[in-house]
Design a protein around this ligand. Structure first.
Ligand code: AMP
Length: 285
């Protein structure tokens, strides 16, 4: 039976009474799909109490339209969490996590991570992610934290936050769950027409093509045709590039050794979709 808790005070009371030996935490913004539920499953495998949160965090949206249109499917979400065997849903209101409002909040020293890719195209986004994660982690106090590789840069930012704040929680990065077409599952897919949902599979297809074409030297020979292909299909590109998988420095000339990740952010029909592909050594000729 899924227990729904709406305030941090109630949550702390419950946890102090129950005293689980290992708490697993899966933070989400709702509109749940199999990607989210895989994280819940991993947490169930590794912990004895799984808490998920649903909170559409206002401080991480740089685009008010994106915030307003973020899909909300709370009744179905509750059913899905229940069938996945999640123990607790923490479902706070804005005032519970931001009792002093959302102005003049603390900032985090994220360094370069904040100014590239998602950080560059969504100014302030990762500060908002850190703000909410710090508060959620303080409310839940989990031992194990489960997040998706789908948000590659977000995982790096949260790793940095854990270091900056000296938190004792293990971050597990779970591989991206995809639809049969290859499209990464995402709550925002709900906003695509069925036709565009099919078309969006081109994101993964082009990343795979880039991975198979990879060889040392100038990478624009590989990235430019992929970007052109997407543009010809009607995508608008924020970025679709290779980066250093450990530092997220852009890589234009590859030495054949540096570990790479392909990072993708594109618009289709005003819906912003992100994805990524880690290059495994086996992908390279
Ligand atoms: P969100 O609700 O989009 O904030 O996502 C909540 C968590 O689920 C984040 O850690 C995401 O990285 C993760 N997630 C989202 N989509 C997927 C997916 N397709 N596969 C695996 N994890 C995902």
């Amino acid at each position: 039976m899924l227990l729904i808790i709406k305030t941090v005070t109630e949550l702390r009371k419950y946890l102090d009474r129950k005293r689980p030996s290992k708490i697993g935490f899966v933070p989400t913004m709702g509109a749940l799909h199999d990607g989210h539920l895989t994280l819940v499953g991993k947490s169930k495998d590794l912990t004895d109490l799984t808490i998920s949160s649903i909170f559409i965090n206002p401080t991480q949206f740089n685009d008010p339209k994106d915030f307003a249109k973020y899909p909300k499917t709370i009744e179905q979400d509750i059913e899905k969490l229940e069938s996945a065997g999640c123990d607790v849903l923490y479902l706070p209101e804005v005032v519970d996590l931001y009792p002093g409002g959302i102005q003049d909040l603390e900032t985090f020293k994220l360094g370069k991570l904040e100014n590239v890719y998602e950080g560059k195209f969504r100014p302030g986004h990762f500060q908002g992610v850190c703000l909410v994660m710090k508060r959620l982690l303080s409310a839940v106090q989990p031992h194990e934290l489960f997040m998706g590789q789908k948000d590659y840069q977000q995982c790096m930012v949260v790793k940095e936050l854990i270091k900056l704040e000296n938190l004792s929680v293990n971050l597990h990065t779970v591989p991206t769950i995809r639809e049969a077409s290859g499209l990464a599952m995402s709550s925002r897919n709900l906003r695509l027409t069925p036709e565009n949902r099919e078309k969006a599979a081109a994101i993964y297809r082009e990343m795979k093509t880039m991975a198979t074409q990879l060889k040392p030297g100038k990478l624009e020979l590989i990235t430019t045709p992929a970007q052109q292909k997407l543009e010809s299909l009607g995508f608008t590109i924020d970025y679709f590039d290779f980066a250093d998988a450990n530092t997220l420095e852009p890589v234009s000339d590859w030495d054949g050794k540096q570990k790479l990740v392909i990072l993708a952010a594109v618009f289709l029909q005003e819906v912003r979709l992100i994805d990524n592909l880690l290059i495994a050594e086996t992908d390279v000729d």
